[in-house]
Design a protein around this ligand. Structure first.
Ligand code: DO4
Ligand code: MG
Length: 307
């Protein structure tokens, strides 16, 4: 069961619905994901469980990223040993990574406003001024305005390793640009997940149909508690439409690997589905469809075919 955001041929506005495990989609009585994240966890559960309207034709829907309104996407860094080791290898100032891995305060950074997030099947981007680019397959916590974890999603924190490796102060340029944040396919309600600390995370990158990087990890290997990350995020900031917090990557390829235009990245988390995205250059032309029509996106109109 997932909460999804979609475009239907019956309405010009994005809709919010509930997709059951057998694929059936029923509209939810809400105008946006942001509206759902203003509810308490108990009220959200009541609303989701009361979704009993007629099913819509799932085949005619186009999935959108499950984030809108004032909801922001933030990310945690160096929460897995593999991430700490890989960044020490790529960086000119390695000790900032070993220190933050052990520090009391976690690394948290702003990743994306809702409008720049891409969803299932939409392209992710790699910068033309970057030599080494990677997907970062991560579990994302979906947090309501009150700070309760109400759901889970999949985030690809697409990153430039070469720009961050040159100087950690370049982190925003390595992490925040067109096509750098993919989320989806939907939001799995937290009450439908048996154990958040034992989810398998898998990544696969295909080039011309051939796998060029695969990896697996588990949320059991994270060094931080999920509640700890949420508490730090909300220490001095309010999120009126809730917030998504990506929890960091435990999968980083060798430095010899870099994403290429035309690759396809699949990130799978047990129980949450698979997030799939083709790779494009992060140019204004390739991502013009993201703006200004954040609510009327249609990359196919811009010649970018979802697969
Ligand atoms: O320290 C930089 C970012 C780390 C990160 O994104 C991760 O560990 O996933
Ligand atoms: Mg990351």
């Amino acid at each position: 069961m997932q909460i999804i955001r979609y475009l239907s041929p019956l309405s010009p506005q994005p809709q919010v619905g509930l997709q059951s495990t057998d694929g059936e989609v029923r509209p939810l009585p809400a105008g946006s994901i942001a509206e759902l994240l203003r509810l308490s966890r108990a009220d959200l559960q009541t609303l989701v469980e009361s979704a009993d309207g007629p099913a819509v034709d799932a085949g005619s829907l186009r999935l959108l990223p499950p984030v809108d309104g004032l909801t922001e996407v933030w990310a945690s860094g160096v929460t897995y040993l593999r991430s700490s080791e890989a960044r020490q290898e790529e960086s000119q100032v390695a000790d900032v990574y070993s220190r933050v891995y052990d520090a009391e305060r976690p690394e948290l950074f702003f990743k994306s406003p809702a409008w720049r997030v891409v969803g299932y099947g939409e392209p992710i981007g790699i910068r033309e001024d970057s030599a080494v680019d990677v997907p970062e397959p991560e579990l994302a916590l979906v947090i309501n305005a009150e700070g309760e974890i109400v759901g889970l999603s999949i985030c690809d924190d697409v990153s430039s390793r070469s720009i961050e490796g040159e100087n950690p102060l370049y982190l925003p340029q390595a992490k925040v640009y067109s096509g750098a944040c993919a989320l989806g396919p939907g939001i799995t309600p937290i009450w439908a997940v048996a154990d958040v600390t034992a989810l398998d995370i898998e990544v696969g990158v295909e080039r011309a149909g051939v796998p060029v990087w695969t990896g697996t990890t588990s949320t059991g290997l994270i060094r931080r508690g999920f509640d700890e990350l949420v508490t730090y995020l909300r220490r001095a900031a309010i999120f009126p439409d809730g917030v998504l917090l990506s929890t960091g990557t435990g999968l980083v390829p060798d430095l010899t690997f870099t994403l290429e235009v035309g690759d396809r990245v699949d990130v799978t988390i047990s129980g949450l589905g698979t997030l799939s995205n083709p790779v494009l250059p992060a140019t204004a032309e390739a991502f013009a469809w993201l703006t200004p029509a954040a609510d009327r996106r249609a990359p196919t109109d811009a010649g970018v075919a979802p697969f």
